[in-house]
Write a protein that binds this ligand. Structure first.
Ligand code: PNS
Length: 344
């Protein structure tokens, strides 16, 4: 791999460490050509830097300084070697650690960058990208751009900004106003997921950029199906929703929301009878995490009397649950909850 243009043009970079997926030369070249005007001074932030090839190319083309963030020690030594080879060491800073943590430190330093590259070496969860995108807003200088590279499909947020495809690589370029990814957590015990739940998840997916369905366990209720199984059923019935993911939630909802970079809890509300307990939970969660808002979506009329407990009871007594749970999981629900113990 060589530097393509600028003061260090043609300099051969150090061999790529194992586990690092470098940006292909052809992708780097097209990307940097399309970003032409951004290398007139200013700062560059290279997240998940790997060999540092993106930040170094920017320095070579005229960016004033670059901060490289890389958690792997070996890769960090390669970045330092590449800075030395290109004679750009005075303008580069290499920081070790997880991106999330380092972003906090950079915010604390009041840093701002014209260009931010995020080229994760593995397919990081869409929700994690969401959390990062939202935080990059405060680090991006007015008029700056965030460039996200992804190997499989456009990452979350790819529906905003401009995404170009280079073979199997997707590159999304976002401006500051486009870094407003809102991740919502939709929690519940989903024992089992009902057509009412699915309606709420679908409607939430149209409002928020990403919805994480959090399968928890209500400590007041024993469940026949373990959370992973309940999550698997939800994955099955939400497979057509691109911006929905499903996770098992073990601890407190507020901690889970923080981990996911979520700012919203979304819940369905069926009737006034739901209100009291939901109000109590929303208030408690707000005490623990004041920036997290709970948003309620009113259940559709046809689902207003539908609950998981009713489904369990009907199934356990041999009744028909078609229409009450999504068709794709009908048989599984019948099998799991049938019989006298089904409603335990
Ligand atoms: O579908 P449910 O049974 O109403 O879901 C309840 C759930 C899982 C959303 C709730 O029990 C929960 O949030 N559990 C996580 C633990 C927690 O944060 N408890 C404090 C809430 S005030």
């Amino acid at each position: 791999m060589r530097v393509i243009a600028g003061s260090a043009r043609g300099t051969r970079l150090a061999p790529v460490p194992r586990g690092v997926r470098p940006t292909l030369d052809r992708v780097r070249e097209s990307l940097f050509n399309s970003l032409g005007q951004f290398f007139d001074g200013g700062g560059v932030l290279d997240l998940y830097a790997g060999t540092g090839a993106l930040g170094i190319e920017a320095l070579s083309r005229g960016s004033e300084r670059a901060v490289f963030v890389e958690r792997d020690r070996w890769a960090r030594s390669v970045i330092l070697e590449n800075l030395r080879r290109t004679g750009l060491q005075d303008r580069g800073e290499v920081i070790g650690g997880e991106v999330e943590t380092v972003l906090g430190r950079l915010e604390g330093r009041g840093e701002s960058f014209n260009l931010i590259f995020a080229d994760p070496p593995y397919r990081i969860a869409a929700a994690e990208v969401g959390g990062i995108l939202y935080r990059l807003r405060s680090l991006l200088a007015p008029g700056g751009r965030v460039v996200i590279e992804s190997g499989e499909a456009p990452v979350a947020g790819g529906e905003k900004g401009v995404t170009r495809r280079y073979g199997g690589t997707f590159v999304t370029i976002l401006g500051r106003s486009e870094l407003t990814m809102i991740v919502a957590v939709c929690p519940g015990s989903f024992d089992p997921v009902t057509t009412g739940h699915l309606d709420i998840i679908r409607r939430a997916s149209k409002i928020f950029d990403h919805v994480v369905v959090a399968v928890g366990s209500n400590i007041r209720k024993h469940s026949r199906m373990p959370p992973v199984e309940r999550a698997r059923l939800i994955e099955k019935v939400t497979s057509d929703m691109d911006n929905v993911s499903v996770e098992v939630m073990e601890g407190l909802l507020v901690d889970f929301a923080r981990e996911q970079g979520a700012r919203v809890i979304v819940k369905g509300l069926r009737a006034v009878s739901d209100f009291e307990s939901e109000f109590e939970q929303a208030q408690l969660n707000r005490t623990m995490f004041p920036e997290l808002e709970t948003v309620f979506i009113m259940a559709s009329a046809e689902h207003s009397f539908l609950s998981s407990s009713a489904v369990r009871e009907i199934a356990s007594l041999g009744g028909e649950v078609r229409g009450l749970v999504p068709d794709g999981i009908l048989e599984t629900v019948r099998q799991i909850y049938s019989g006298p113990d089904g409603n335990i």
